[in-house]
Structures are given as structure tokens and as C-alpha cells.
Ligand binder design. Structure first.
Ligand code: GRG
Length: 295
């Protein structure tokens, strides 16, 4: 299967898994609508593709991989909803459609994000213990909490806000990207490896380094296409970050160096993948997609 077809198949699988975990009867209908709208309104599902490819390479159980995919996409969607809020980026467009707060109002958007966060942990905590030990499930929950909390995504977002409108150094920008974007990539891949009961340090450490390089490359590429791709392809406004004086790589170091950097990170990621010693054709192709995509 070609990489684009594989990504589409993963997207389809992720969407089916997500639909099953969206609560239907126990919450106000307005919240239900906002959750469905935000979770199922498109998205590349690239983190899910990495989860499935990692799990497949290591022989993980499919149902557990689906649960991990749901937890990660719930957290990702939560972070996008909150990122778009007026108090943060104040964006009107996400995945080619009006943002959650534009459709449902700010209060509902905040609650939708909050609910998705709690649902993510609920899904992980309900992984079938006949298939995976409680100790590993607990480890997954801890790793996800660490990845998004005060030394993860939320910290990265705060750094981003504080850097907006100011000149910054490449080192600070990289640190912020590792937290804001990289941590969710890393935890996606590590959780997928743990789902296969993998305890091999060589595999886990090298996969973790692989994902760290990719997370950074993904965000740098996001900055590049944010300037070079058009609004329709991106699903969000072209040049929005530049207009808002957000800290972005091409402004900090220039476009050429940004493109060199993402290629360097891609090559480095492949080196770690090779060192992990796992069957990695799919992961290799997904890594290339990270820096070749135009959306
Ligand atoms: C998670 C505790 C917690 C708080 C949230 C708002 C916030 C803190 C973080 C925002 C992080 C953020 C929006 C990072 C940007 C990451 C990024 C490049 C998103 C775009 O990812 P894609 O291209 O999106 O995979 P699609 O739409 O394809 O899913």
C-alpha cells in the first residue's frame, strides 16, 4: 500500500474508533454536538498513523491500539480547541471549518476541551486488563499526563504565548516546539510500543528519539507550509502566525535554514529508527510524509 493510501486507511480506522467512544446519551446535547463536531471534522490523523504503524511493527493488539489512538486524538483535539480560543490564538478556521467556539460559543468550547481531556484518560483506564497488565496501563496514563501537563503541551503553549510579539532564539524556539508539539508525537509512539508489551530498552529509547526528531520536524514543517501553502489546502488561514507575530522558525532563522533543519531532523530520525532494529518501512514512509506534506 502506498503511504498516502496507508494514511487514509489509518484515518478511516481512527474515525471509526473515535465515533465509538464519543458519549451519546449521558450529556447535554449541545456538548455532544460540539464534541462530535470537533473530533470528527477532519484532521490528518497523523499521530494515529504513527500509533498503528508502530504497533503493527511490534505486534500489538489492534483493539488496544485503537484505544490509544482515541486517547491521543481526544487530547490533540482538546489542545486545538483551546488553542483557537479568543484568549489564545483567536482563530476562526480549523480544518477548513469554523472553530468550535465560533460555532458553539466560548464557554461550550472550553467545556468540550475539558471533557475530551477527561475522556482520553477514561479510555486508557478502561483498556482490557486481560490483554495488557494494569502496571503497563498505569504507566501509559502517567506518560500521557506528563506529556501534556506543566512540563509538556501546556508549558509549551504558555511559552508560545509569552514569546509572541518578541524576538527569540533558535534554542528557545526548539524547546517550545518540543513541548507544544513534540511531546504528543513521542507519547503516541511510546504508548503504541508499550501496547505490545515491549520492554526492550534499545527499542523504546530509539523510538523515543525517532519521535522527538519527528515532532520537531513536524512543527518546523507546519511553520513552512503555514507560509507557503494556501488557506484552502491548509484548512486554516495562510500566514496567520506571521500576522499575529507568533514565534515561527522561518522568521527566526530564515526559510532556507528552516528547510535544511527539517531535512536534517528527518535524516536523524531515520538513524534512530534503524538503531531501534524494528521492521520500519511504514514508519520510514510516514517520517517522509511529515516533511513532504503540503497540508
Ligand atoms: C493539553 C493540558 C493541555 C493544554 C492545552 C492549548 C494548548 C494547551 C496547547 C496547544 C498545542 C498546539 C495547538 C500545538 C500545535 C500542534 C500542531 C502542529 C497542530 C496541528 O496538528 P495537525 O496538523 O492537525 O496534525 P490535524 O488538523 O491534521 O489533526
Amino acid at each position: 500500500m502506498k503511504t498516502n493510501d496507508y494514511i487514509l486507511a489509518c484515518k478511516d480506522r481512527a474515525n471509526r474508533a473515535l465515533k465509538k467512544k464519543i458519549p451519546t446519551s449521558t450529556i447535554p446535547r449541545s456538548l455532544q454536538k460540539a464534541i462530535r463536531y470537533s473530533v470528527l471534522n477532519g484532521g490528518k490523523r497523523i499521530r494515529s498513523a504513527f500509533i498503528f504503524a508502530t504497533g503493527e511493527a511490534l505486534g500489538a493488539n489492534k483493539a488496544i491500539l485503537n484505544d490509544i489512538c482515541v486517547a491521543i486524538e481526544f487530547i490533540h483535539t482538546f489542545s486545538l480547541i483551546h488553542d483557537d480560543l479568543p484568549a489564545l490564538d483567536n482563530d476562526d478556521l480549523r480544518r477548513g471549518k469554523p472553530t468550535c467556539h465560533r460555532v458553539f460559543g466560548e464557554a461550550t468550547a472550553i467545556l468540550t476541551g475539558d471533557i475530551l481531556q477527561s475522556l482520553a484518560f477514561e479510555v486508557l483506564s478502561k483498556i482490557n486488563t486481560n490483554r495488557l497488565s494494569e502496571a503497563i496501563i498505569l504507566q501509559m496514563i502517567r506518560l500521557l499526563a506528563e506529556a501534556i501537563g506543566p512540563s509538556g503541551l501546556a508549558a509549551g503553549e504558555q511559552m508560545d504565548l509569552e514569546m509572541t510579539g518578541h524576538r527569540t532564539t533558535e534554542a528557545k524556539l526548539k524547546k517550545m516546539y518540543q513541548l507544544k508539539t513534540g511531546r504528543l508525537f513521542t507519547v503516541s509512539i511510546v504508548l503504541a510500543a508499550l501496547a505490545s508489551n515491549c520492554t526492550n530498552k534499545k527499542i523504546l529509547n530509539n523510538l523515543s528519539k525517532f519521535s522527538k526528531c519527528l515532532g520537531l520536524a513536524f512543527q518546523i514543517h507546519d511553520d513552512i507550509i503555514g507560509l507557503e501553502s494556501d488557506t484552502k489546502t491548509l484548512g486554516k488561514k495562510q500566514g496567520a502566525d506571521l500576522k499575529m507575530h507568533k514565534p515561527i522558525y522561518p522568521v527566526c532563522v530564515g526559510m532556507k535554514k528552516s528547510k535544511d533543519m527539517e531535512k536534517e531532523l528527518y535524516k536523524k530520525s531515520l538513524m534512530y529508527l534503524k538503531k531501534s532494529g524494528i521492521e520500519a518501512k511504514r514508519l520510514k514512509n510516514l517520517a517522509a510524509f511529515v516533511i513532504e506534506r503540503n497540508y
